[in-house]
Ligand binder design. Structure first.
Ligand code: ATP
Length: 234
């Protein structure tokens, strides 16, 4: 049995279009796996399938050996697999505190509390009574990640948290990763910048046209081989 997330031969369609073909991967507790691939490679579809937003009937997605495929998103979150979606999806009419507390509705027992989220993202402390629209993009992303943490995930999935943010803000978000991981959770991250993805992860998985084309340890990854796999053979 795998301690953590395991996905075996996952296939996903949009109508007749096959977006994922036989994708298998694992994310163990305490490790970061980055998902690398061009636009349209299927990264978001994979994360959304794991989180239960995309139909995955009959698929083999497990957490600590237990099948979670086919459960509703809130049930999967309650088991401990949580997605921070592309675009953040905060509730615009709720305050930062209220947005963070929404995450606690699918809460498992664990270490994450509002105080702990604020220790990781101190910039939010002054912003608790504000609405998301009053925050910078980086602060909004902190709320989205904080909301996910409030449910005490075992596996945290981040879909392009850097999108549209200034380099300094992106650095700040990634600098929080070690503190987030210190509670032993595993992370699956989608990051467009290959260098940053490798730096932040223990392992990488490269997707092209819905298929895993290359994977390995991030520290010893061959950047040239990744870009070749990413774009396909010339
Ligand atoms: P991006 O970086 O652009 O988000 P991605 O790697 O996350 O890309 P997906 O968004 O998973 O890729 O898309 C995989 C494929 O499925 C693409 O060909 C895309 O056009 C298609 N697709 C995605 N969402 C839908 C949808 N709702 N309906 C139809 N096709 C879709």
């Amino acid at each position: 049995m795998i301690e953590g997330l395991s996905v075996t031969s996952l296939t996903a369609h949009y109508g007749a279009m096959r977006a994922l073909s036989g994708v298998s991967l694992t994310v163990h507790h305490g490790e970061v796996v980055s998902l690398i691939g061009a636009n349209g490679a299927g990264k978001s579809t994979l994360l959304r399938s794991i989180a239960g937003y995309q139909r995955a009937r009959g698929q083999d997605i497990r957490l600590n050996g237990e099948i979670v495929a086919g459960l509703a998103p809130h049930a999967i979150a309650r088991k401990g697999v949580v997605l921070v979606p592309e675009g953040r999806r905060l509730f615009p009419d709720l305050t930062v505190t209220e947005n963070l507390k929404i995450g606690a509705e699918t809460r498992r027992a664990g270490d994450w509390t509002l105080d702990r989220v604020l220790q990781v993202f101190p910039a939010l402390t002054e912003r608790l009574s504000h609405r998301p629209g009053q925050l910078s993009g980086g602060q909004q992303q902190m709320v989205a990640i904080g909301r996910a943490l409030m449910s005490n995930p075992q596996i945290l999935m981040l879909d392009e948290v850097s999108l549209g943010l200034a380099p300094k803000v992106i650095e700040e978000l990634y600098a929080a990763l070690p503190a987030i991981l210190s509670t032993g959770l595993g992370a699956l991250i989608v990051e467009q910048d290959i260098g940053r993805a490798l730096k932040a992860s223990d392992r990488f998985v490269t997707l092209r046209e819905g298929t895993v084309v290359l994977e390995g340890a991030s520290a010893t990854a061959d950047r040239h081989a990744i870009t070749t796999a990413y774009f396909g053979a010339a």
